[in-house]
Design a protein. Sequence first.
Length: 151
Amino acid sequence: MEGDGRLAAPVSGPLATSVCWLLGDAARELTQELERVLRKDDLRWRDYGVLVVLEAAGPLSQQEIGRRLSVDRSTMVHVIDVLEERGLVARARDAADRRAYSIRLTDSGRALLVDVLHPATEAVQERVLGGLAAEDRMHLNRVLAQLAAGR
């Protein structure tokens, strides 16, 4: 589904058999739908990624979060600024490296993830992947994880 609620036109010809195109098209569709859902909480997909990384890993430097999400340094500073202003993350000097900042998820950030964002993103995934059998979903996840890992 496109951002305006219309279904994307199906691809045909060489694009219909291009793995690169189909992966990109599927990612665009899913990202647009997730952006629409996250916008209700005044968040973007990248903001959600930061919160999830911190939830899983605990406090990290801005540089490490950026590395894990493939986000450049200046963009990461802006994202953290916005999340900090909203009280979803807290920034403090890293005890091990005073030149760096350690970012942690706040209780408000964790509550938003658990109570609102995880259920909302799960609902999007269910809408998008609901037509696939459980075995096909697991296989898709395995293949995508291998591709993302560069294998």
